[in-house]
Design a protein around this ligand. Structure first.
Ligand code: TXA
Ligand code: MG
Length: 306
């Protein structure tokens, strides 16, 4: 896919001017806008065709910028050691942080993250303001892991800064930090086991407390056009198999060696690819350990009726 290349300086100029611009992160491509500019943030919703206002993640260049946006307690400071990286922390917003209400959807908390992709941090530094960014796909469609997918997804209407294919391939893990409590609102590219090793205690899952939730976590999401049959032990007539591990007859294989990191990196790109080739995709079972939690979460959303 060829599309007009833009430089980091051009992307930064667009964003400073209140326009949207897609940019690479290590998880998926983001559709960015100045998080302090209401009109710019509205353009994110318009561009994505998002039906309602979900809170957006605020991307910061470094800890100094993140501390201007949110209030960090001891637990949040501890978890900050995963930055730059695929972790979003939902923290109390700092008074006077100038973040648009359209970003927080009126909540008194804010989701912050320092992305692991150096080009993303350089862009934020060049803009000089934090960037609100959901995944750079039309609402309800698969998240893009290449610049070309962003370009075709929005039919060439959105400028995109190309930083190569995303290394992680699934979105960030989202944790709400509420005093001593740490609740995982979304499984993602940072495995829960790694977080628990640093915390020294289990991370809670949201079912335990409906009061803390990620409003954007709709059941049907990340939707391919094709139907998806999960935990398929064998491929049926008319289906193409998205394999995992040493399985026969896969049209694509997330990881032939059974490596969950490789599988996460390939997930959306292979779904995109198969979606263009068939109306029925079967998917091999993927274990629930490590990044398997995030992979199974995205697969079940992609398979949900809509
Ligand atoms: O990897 C990622 O996180 C990507 C890249 C671009 O950074 N971004 C991404 O954004 O996945 P999005 O908008 O698709 O997902 C944001 C999620 C939503 O489910 C939203 O509900 C939740 O974050 N969220 C953001 N701020 C929140 C808050 N204050 N409280 C609860 N949930 C929040
Ligand atoms: Mg998304």
């Amino acid at each position: 896919m060829t599309f007009p290349a833009i430089s980091l300086a051009e992307a930064a100029a667009l964003l400073r001017d209140g326009q949207v611009c897609a940019f690479p992160t290590e998880t998926v491509y983001g559709l960015g806008a100045d998080a302090t500019d209401d009109d710019a943030v509205l353009r994110i919703y318009e561009t994505k065709g998002r039906p309602r206002f979900n809170p957006l993640i605020v991307h910061c260049a470094d800890l100094a910028m993140a501390r201007q946006v949110a209030v960090f307690d001891g637990t949040a400071e501890l978890l900050g050691q995963f930055w730059p990286g695929p972790l979003t922390l939902v923290l109390p917003g700092r008074a006077g942080n100038r973040i648009s209400d359209l970003v927080t959807a009126g909540l008194d908390t804010v989701g912050v993250r320092i992305p692991g992709h150096a080009m993303a941090r350089d862009l934020i530094t060049a803009v000089g303001r934090p960037l609100a960014a959901p995944s750079a796909n039309p609402s309800g469609r698969l998240s893009p892991t290449t610049a070309g997918q962003v370009w075709t997804g929005f039919s060439g209407r959105v400028p995109v800064l190309d930083g190569g294919p995303c290394l992680a391939g699934v979105e960030s893990t989202i944790l709400a930090v509420d005093g001593a409590r740490v609740v995982q609102l979304r499984a993602g590219a940072l495995a829960r086991e790694e977080i628990e090793a640093v915390l020294g205690r289990p991370v809670e899952l949201p079912a335990a407390d409906a009061a803390i939730s990620a409003p954007g976590m709709l059941a049907s999401h990340y939707a391919p056009r094709a139907t998806l049959r999960l935990n398929a032990e064998a491929v049926r007539p008319g289906e193409l198999l998205l394999g995992f591990g040493d399985v026969l007859g896969s049209a694509r294989n997330l990881s032939a060696s059974g490596d969950l990191r490789e599988a996460a990196r390939n997930l959306f790109a292979m779904l995109h690819d198969l979606d263009g080739k068939t109306d029925a995709i079967a998917v091999s079972p993927v274990p629930m350990t490590g990044l398997g939690e995030a992979i199974n979460d995205r697969l079940s959303r992609a398979a949900a009726p809509r």
